[in-house]
Design a protein around this ligand. Structure first.
Ligand SMILES: NC(=O)c1ccc[n+]([C@@H]2O[C@H](COP(=O)([O-])OP(=O)(O)OC[C@H]3O[C@@H](n4cnc5c(N)ncnc54)[C@H](OP(=O)(O)O)[C@@H]3O)[C@@H](O)[C@H]2O)c1
Length: 321
C-alpha cells in the first residue's frame, strides 16, 4: 500500500520562488502538487517549466474562492507583498496549513515565524506559517549566536543575486543596469531590517545591494561586542549553536556566494576579530531561492505535517536559472 501524500496547492507558481518550490515538491516523496496558480501561465503544462512534473498538470488562474475550494492540506502563497490576506481569510478553516512567503505576516503573533533552526521549538500545531525573508535569514543566522553580546546595532552589508527582486521588471532585475555594476537600495528601513530587529529583539542596520549574478546572498555582518572576546570562544559559540543543524555549515574561511548557489544549506563563519576583541566581522552565504525561500518552506511544511524536517531536501540539486 502506498502512503497517502500531502496535497499541496501553490499560488504564485510562475515566480522565481514558486518555480523553485515546484521543483522541490516534485522530488519530495510525501508531497503532491494539486494545483499551480498563475494568471500569466494559465493553460500551459507545468512540465514545460518544471522538468519531470506530472504531464497532466497545467497552470490555472484561480481566484481566491477557487483556491479555497480545492481543499488542499497545504496552501503556499508565493505572492508579492500585500496580497495574502484575502487568501488567508478564505483558508481559515482550522486545518489547512498556510505558508506565506511574503512579508505580510512576519510581525504578527497570530503566525509562526518559520526559521526552523531558531524557532522550531515554537512550531507545534501552528497552521499559519510565515516564511522569513531571504536576507533576513542570512542576517539572523549570522547574528543569533551573539545576539545577547551586542553593544551597538550591528551593520549588515548584503549583496543579493537579482532573482531576489522577483520577475516583475524593475531596476533591481534589469540586466542593463546591473551589468558590471552593484546597485545599493533602501539603506534605511528595509523590510528585512525591521524583520531582523523585531525577531532578534535588537536593532540592526541593513544595507542591501543587488548584483549581476542570478542567485545567492553574501552577507557581511559587523558587530561591536559588549565585552572583549577571544576568537576561539566565538567560534565555539557558533559551533554549539549550529552543532545539530545539517543546513547550517560553519567555516573558518570566508564563505563565497558562488558556493551557495543551488545548495540547501547556509554557510556562516570566516570570523575576523579586532585586536581588542570587541569588533567582530562574520560572513554568511545562502541561496536566496532555497534556504532563503523554498528550502525553508519545505522544512516548515515537513514540520507542520509531522514529516522528517529534511524530507525531500537531498543535496543533489541542479541549478535552474
Ligand atoms: N525571490 C526571492 O529571492 C525571495 C526570497 C524569499 C521570499 N521571497 C518572497 O516570495 C514572494 C514571491 O517572490 P518571487 O521572487 O517568486 O516573486 P515573482 O517572481 O515576482 O513572482 C510573483 C508571483 O505572484 C504572482 N502574482 C503577482 N501579482 C499577482 C496578483 N495581483 N494576483 C495573483 N498573483 C499574482 C505572479 O504570477 P502571475 O502574474 O502569473 O499570476 C508570480 O507567480 C514575494 O513575496 C517575495 O518577497 C522572495
Amino acid at each position: 500500500m502506498t502512503a497517502k501524500r500531502t496535497k499541496l496547492g501553490l499560488v504564485g507558481a510562475r515566480g522565481y520562488v514558486g518555480r523553485e518550490l515546484m521543483r522541490l515538491v516534485g522530488g519530495h516523496p510525501g508531497l503532491e502538487l494539486n494545483f499551480a496558480s498563475s494568471r500569466e501561465l494559465a493553460g500551459q503544462p507545468v512540465a514545460e517549466y518544471v522538468p519531470g512534473a506530472d504531464p497532466e498538470l497545467h497552470f490555472e488562474n484561480l481566484g481566491v474562492d477557487e483556491v479555497a475550494q480545492r481543499e488542499v492540506d497545504v496552501c503556499v502563497l508565493a505572492l508579492p507583498n500585500g496580497l495574502s490576506d484575502d487568501y488567508v481569510a478564505k483558508l481559515d478553516d482550522g486545518k489547512t496549513i498556510v505558508i506565506d512567503l511574503s512579508g505580510d505576516h512576519r510581525f504578527s503573533d497570530d503566525w509562526h515565524y518559520g526559521l526552523p533552526e531558531l524557532t522550531r521549538d515554537q512550531q507545534q500545531d501552528r497552521h499559519w506559517i510565515s516564511n522569513p525573508g531571504c536576507y533576513a535569514t542570512a542576517m539572523q543566522l549570522a547574528l543569533a549566536p551573539l545576539a545577547d553580546f551586542l553593544d551597538e546595532p550591528p551593520h549588515c552589508f548584503g549583496v543579493s543575486g537579482y532573482s531576489g527582486a522577483g520577475t516583475k521588471p524593475s531596476k533591481k532585475n534589469d540586466a542593463a543596469v546591473l551589468a558590471d555594476n552593484l546597485l545599493p537600495y533602501q539603506p534605511i528601513g528595509h523590510l528585512h531590517e525591521r524583520e531582523v530587529s523585531h525577531r532578534l529583539g535588537t536593532e540592526v542596520r541593513f544595507f542591501p545591494h543587488v548584483a549581476e549574478f542570478f542567485r545567492g546572498i553574501s552577507m557581511t555582518v559587523t558587530m561591536t561586542l559588549a565585552k572583549s572576546m577571544m576568537h576561539g570562544d566565538i567560534r565555539m559559540m557558533y559551533q554549539r549553536c549550529y552543532a545539530n543543524e545539517p543546513l547550517i555549515r560553519i567555516t573558518d574561511e570566508t564563505p563565497l556566494v558562488a558556493g551557495a548557489a543551488g545548495k540547501h544549506h547556509a554557510t556562516v563563519g570566516g570570523w575576523q576579530l579586532s585586536a581588542d576583541g570587541r569588533r567582530l566581522v562574520v560572513f554568511a552565504t545562502l541561496d536566496n531561492l532555497l534556504k532563503g525561500a523554498a528550502t525553508q518552506a519545505i522544512q516548515n511544511i515537513n514540520l507542520a505535517c509531522g514529516q522528517r524536517e529534511l524530507e525531500g531536501l537531498s543535496d543533489e540539486l541542479s541549478m535552474e536559472q
